[in-house]
Design a protein around this ligand. Structure first.
Ligand code: ADP
Ligand code: MG
Length: 261
């Protein structure tokens, strides 16, 4: 068996991701221009780059919140090609396997923290209320918020809401987690609580793609740093190497801008 076959086999694993030649435009605006990324199971991949680079659109293509115009996506054992319809069952299975956390939490405001986490388990996985609540309490404990089970999101801080959102995503037992600037809406010290939870997830071997401006997190936690600019991946590799010796002027410019904030 050749080395590349071994690598390909790993990418076909339910927690591997293989994106090849992804392009996407909105009208005349090219947002993703022939972007390819292979993510090995159990790795943490930090995705950085200036606003408008296409990072969010790229993440949204992975769990099919957006469909690319061209290119192939292999994720969670599914292969998605342009023009190929994805049936509802496959789409549901894929969304379940790929958890997503957004900058803006997106919790249900009228439900308690517990119900926010239990409700999707009942709906999507068919768990009983008792089973779901038990799992929710485990997860609330894991993110350090057991005492907030009965509170509505409006009575929780931003950092607490984001940790509830992470618990909610984890409740569907995903094998991949996508984070889109999870701490950008938070004060720095509150962001640290959220990053601590993400560090634990990484240590547990979760496959993760994290769009972030937190360079210290990217350096300490990620296996691969991926830099996007102008609708393309312009550089990727070892985080410390790229941070200390970026090859692209646009990477250098971006790093200077975030580090001076
Ligand atoms: P990033 O996350 O790197 O800031 P995005 O993926 O959000 O970048 O956006 C990339 C570009 O695509 C931006 O110019 C943005 O305005 C545009 N864009 C994103 N979503 C849409 C949409 N639904 N319709 C039209 N343009 C969009
Ligand atoms: Mg974005």
């Amino acid at each position: 068996m050749t080395l590349s076959e071994t690598a390909d086999e790993k990418l076909a694993h339910p927690s591997g991701i293989k994106l090849d030649n992804i392009s996407k435009r909105y009208g005349d605006l090219v947002v993703l221009d022939d972007v390819s990324l292979h993510v090995q199971p159990g790795t943490v991949n930090a995705l950085i780059g200036p606003s408008g680079a296409g990072k969010s659109t790229f993440l949204r293509c992975i769990n099919l919140l957006e469909r690319p115009d061209s290119g192939t996506i292999q994720v969670a054992g599914h292969t998605i090609e342009p023009g190929k319809t994805v049936n509802g069952r496959d789409l549901a299975a894929l969304r379940r396997t790929v958890g997503m956390v957004f900058q803006s939490f997106n919790l249900f405001p009228h439900m308690s923290a517990l119900k926010n986490i239990s409700f999707p388990q009942q709906k999507v996985l068919g768990r009983s209320k008792e089973e779901a609540d038990e799992r929710s309490m485990q997860l609330l404990d894991r993110v350090g918020l057991k005492e907030k089970a009965g509170e509505h999101p409006g009575r929780c801080s931003g950092g607490q809401q984001q940790r509830i959102a992470i618990a909610r995503a984890l409740a569907l037992d995903p094998s991949i987690m996508l984070f889109d600037e999870p701490t950008s809406a938070l004060d720095p010290e509150v962001g640290l609580e959220v990053l601590a939870v993400m560090r634990e997830l990484a240590a547990d071997g979760m496959t993760m793609i994290v769009v972030t401006h937190e360079m210290q997190f990217a350096r300490d936690v990620s296996d691969t740093l991926v830099v996007m600019a102008d609708s393309k991946i312009i550089e990727q590799g070892d985080p410390s190497t790229i941070m200390s010796d970026p090859q692209e002027a646009r990477t250098r410019r971006f790093l200077r801008a975030v580090l001076e904030r």
